[in-house]
Write a protein that binds this ligand. Structure first.
Ligand SMILES: [Zn+2]
Length: 209
């Protein structure tokens, strides 16, 4: 089964069909209520300089930041995404949001401002090659090998420290979104030939529209 999960497009064949649905039946309602204030914005596309330049650190934890995060959630949900970086809606600030299943298939949701990934220890680095895609390169997908776990540290919208431990799709998501904020797309992690193939497929699908 292929799930179009927005920013990250992943093959979820090994994951139960309930993927993306929280086991808590009240969760979808909570999600809708929490993010009714946000406005979905257009997604930036590969080639736009904002995607290829490192984002600036957030310095003010104010209403503007809170509003940005609401818009990011709205944009992510409209695109049926599991993660979204601020530069994917054209804002060059180090912020990402996620609502993404972990290794147990349980949805985890949150925001990380000024994220850094905690380096993995020598015995912790197990590469997990899996399909990946990106809303900023709509259409194609490619296999990217990434560590099967990740920990992101940063802050919430109020400036309080947060730490997110990720396994499964969430591990991939934390790494993919942090890459975005460093000005990097998943295709930058591919071989030259694989990168070219992804971009060709993207161009062809765009020309067909
Ligand atoms: Zn992406």
């Amino acid at each position: 089964m292929i799930a179009a999960v927005g920013d990250l497009l992943v093959d979820v064949g090994a994951v139960p069909a309930s993927l993306g649905l929280s086991p808590d039946p009240s969760a979808p309602l909570t999600k809708a209520v929490t993010h009714m204030t946000g406005t979905a914005r257009p997604i930036t596309i590969v080639g736009n300089p904002v995607l290829h330049t490192p984002c600036r650190p957030v310095e003010r934890y104010d209403e503007e930041l809170a509003a940005l995060v609401e818009d990011m959630f709205a944009s992510m949900y409209e695109a049926e995404g599991v993660g979204l970086a601020a530069n994917q809606i054209g804002v060059d600030l180090r912020v990402f949001v996620y609502d993404c299943p972990d290794g147990d298939g349980v949805s985890q949701k949150g925001v990380v401002v000024n994220p850094t990934l905690v380096p993995l220890g020598p015995g912790e680095r197990n590469l997990d090659p899996d399909d990946e895609g990106c809303l900023s390169i709509p259409g194609p997908r490619a296999v990217v090998g990434r560590p099967d776990r990740a920990t992101a540290q940063g802050f919430d919208v109020t400036g309080a420290p947060v730490t997110v431990h990720g396994t499964g799709v969430l591990a991939r998501c934390l790494q993919h979104e942090t890459d975005h904020l460093d000005g990097m797309l998943y295709i930058d992690r591919l071989s030259k030939a694989a990168r070219k193939a992804v971009l060709r497929e993207f161009e062809e699908s765009r020309d067909a529209l």
